[in-house]
Design a protein around this ligand. Structure first.
Ligand code: M6R
Length: 614
């Protein structure tokens, strides 16, 4: 989604802003722009549809001097991707320039009022309405920029992270947020602004995260001042970033996605580190220990998430029901928030999110908290909005995930959910000691088993060549591997643009079987031990209709080998840990098919890394 960068200090701003925009490219965008104030206090905006590279090309022969500036990558919401709709937007007299992430919901009402006052608009965006409104209020009240922003934001309904600069005022950036993240980086005599920390990390690791309805006055020579839109002075808390620069580089891999797939043995070790004792026999999550009575007495667990995180949630359902004997419901956050759900004070709501900024998940959390439920976050990005708006939680600690297609965050989420299920089951005494220890021991073998599967990369790459031009795919799995069928299909469709659907294998007979012919590749996960025979029957049903079966099987499974057209062998593990292994071939297959098709693997069309609008 849209990205924000800002700089004020003693260096030339433009190179810092452009580098920051490149760092934010992973979020997904369709146009880019900068606004700068030069030494003669002139404010100029340079913007274009397309990539940051196109902006650099466009700006090559323009004035890009100045030590203060703001920059933006836009992911279209109101109005198509175009030069006019790109940010920054000028106000009517071109005295202000503003960038904005989020959606101003009441923009049409505000626009009508401004049009009545004689304002004209160059774009179809909601953002231009906001900058015009600020200018209008500033003139009307003869006030300074901060006050005008504060008054304007009191009229706004919706979500925003904004930064504004003003002609003739080279010493201030005004920034504000509501439901869309904004981070201020504190350097020596210079300050940075980012919609996340990635454009900031190479300059400083000291940051302030703005909270909802807070406005920051970022001045050249003093610490940022933070005031709410209701005029309450805040003392900003300075935090240290955990991220490092190497996480933002590809490290020799052709794509971030492949790098992140290969990082998984290490990211899972990081995820477990400090949570499993040295003997490897006990799992402790402080978020659970601190609230153990809540978990032990929970009547129900509601899991809310979107996309891949929702698939991790489905695996959580199997885990919590099997080991903790607590009923679980897994909900799309976007549906949950609008369907007047029944939420009891003794429900536990688990919100799963890589970014910690997904708008629907945040809204669902707010609803759950208002209803009195205890909300637990499972997030990756430290300091993001979800961990700051939940009662407790566990980080996934898999490092910065840049590829839009989530891979290492997914396996880390499943690992956290597994540890949570085991820790709660132990507290509830719903698991016997032998099983508990056996599963913890096996969990610790997962990273090396993933290592083994990653050695099949070349084999999977060869396999991908056979299916690159398939028009459709079906993914099937049962039990713990049903969510992996959904996840495999999602991975393929989002980066290769091939239509793919995941189903529980037994559901095939109730409809999807009609699609099967000799053109249809069917990826089936056949590693479950408990219902193995049933999966074998499903494969036979597909072969009877000439479908082309690609089976993920356990090493040495001669039965499915003999039936399938192609197979990928993965090591044995405990049934409940199977998804952590079976998802790896899914990730690699999708990756290679997308590369064969020459797709933009890390930044697939129309998608955004963190979905901060609903
Ligand atoms: O940051 P979140 O985990 O909340 O994001 C949820 C989805 O937007 C995300 O998982 C999306 O589906 C990915 N592109 C999947 O690869």
């Amino acid at each position: 989604m849209c990205g924000i960068v800002g700089y004020i200090g003693f260096r030339e701003a433009y190179p810092i802003l452009v580098k920051g925009l490149h760092r934010l490219e992973y979020r997904g965008y369709d146009s880019a722009g900068v606004a700068l104030i030069d030494d003669s206090n002139k404010l100029s905006v340079l913007k274009t549809k397309g990539r940051v590279q196109d902006l650099e090309e466009y700006a090559r022969d323009k004035n890009t001097t100045g030590t203060i500036g703001i920059a933006h990558t836009r992911w279209a919401t109101h109005g198509e991707p175009s030069n006019a709709n790109a940010h920054p937007h000028y106000s009517q007299t071109e005295s202000l320039a503003l960038i904005h992430n989020g959606i101003i919901e009441n923009y049409s009402v505000l626009k009508a009022q401004l049009v009545a006052e004689g304002y004209t608009f160059q774009s179809s965006t909601d953002t231009e309405v906001l900058v015009q409104l600020i200018e209008y209020i500033k003139k009307l009240n003869n006030c300074d920029l901060f006050t005008a922003v504060q008054l304007a934001l009191n009229q706004v309904v919706g979500a925003y992270a904004i930064a504004v600069i003003e002609k003739g005022n080279p010493n201030n950036i005004i920034a504000a947020r509501k439901s869309s993240p904004l981070v201020i980086g504190l350097g020596e005599g210079e300050f940075f602004l980012g919609s996340d920390a990635s454009p900031i990390i190479e300059y400083t690791n000291k940051v302030i995260y703005l909270d909802d309805e807070e406005i920051a006055i970022i001045s050249r020579d003093k610490e940022p001042k933070v005031v709410t839109i209701s005029n309450i002075q805040k003392t900003p808390e300075i935090k240290e970033l955990e991220m490092n620069l190497s996480e933002l580089e590809r490290g020799g891999y052709p794509h971030f996605m492949l790098k992140e797939i290969f990082e998984q043995p290490q990211t899972l070790l990081n995820c477990m580190s400090g949570r499993i004792n040295v003997e490897g026999t006990n799992v402790t999550l402080s978020g659970i220990i601190d609230h153990k009575d809540k978990f032990v007495n929970a009547r129900r667990i509601l899991i809310i998430a979107c996309g891949t995180s929702w698939h991790a949630g489905l695996i959580g359902e199997y885990l919590f029901e099997e080991f903790c004997r607590i009923p679980v419901e897994v909900e799309y956050a976007s549906e949950f928030r609008y369907r007047n759900p029944v939420i009891n004070p003794d429900d536990i709501v688990i919100a799963i999110s890589q970014s910690g900024e997904t708008a629907d998940s945040l809204a669902a959390i707010e609803l759950a908290r208002k209803a009195g439920a205890f909300v637990y976050g499972v997030c990756n990005v430290v300091g993001s909005s979800i961990p700051r708006n939940t009662d407790s939680g566990s980080y996934t600690h898999c490092g910065h995930e840049i590829g839009v297609a989530s891979t290492k965050a997914f396996t880390a989420q499943v690992t956290v959910l597994t540890m949570m299920a085991l820790a709660i089951a132990k507290e509830k005494k719903s698991i016997d000691e032998v099983t508990y220890v056996k599963l913890i021991k096996e969990l610790q073998h997962i990273p090396s088993k993933i290592e083994q599967i990653l050695k099949l990369n070349d084999e999977i790459k060869k396999l991908s060549l056979i299916f690159t031009y398939a028009q459709n795919f079906i993914y099937l799995g049962r039990g713990y591997n049903y969510p992996i069928a959904l996840e495999g299909a999602l991975k393929l469709k989002e980066i290769s643009y091939i239509h793919a659907e995941g189903y529980p294998a037994a559901e095939m007979k109730h409809g999807p079987i009609a699609l099967i012919d000799n053109e249809m590749p069917i990826v089936i996960i056949g590693t479950n031990t408990a219902i193995y025979e049933k999966v074998v029957s499903n494969i036979q049903e597909i072969k009877a209709r000439n479908g082309r079966v690609i089976a993920v099987i356990n090493e040495g499974d001669e039965t499915i080998k003999a039936l399938a057209d192609h197979y990928i062998e993965v090591p044995h593990t405990e049934e409940c840990l199977d998804p952590l292994l079976s998802c790896i071939p899914m990730q690699l297959l999708a990756y290679h098919i997308a590369v064969n098709k020459n797709r933009d693997v890390d930044m697939p069309r129309n998608l955004a890394k963190s979905v901060t609008v609903e």
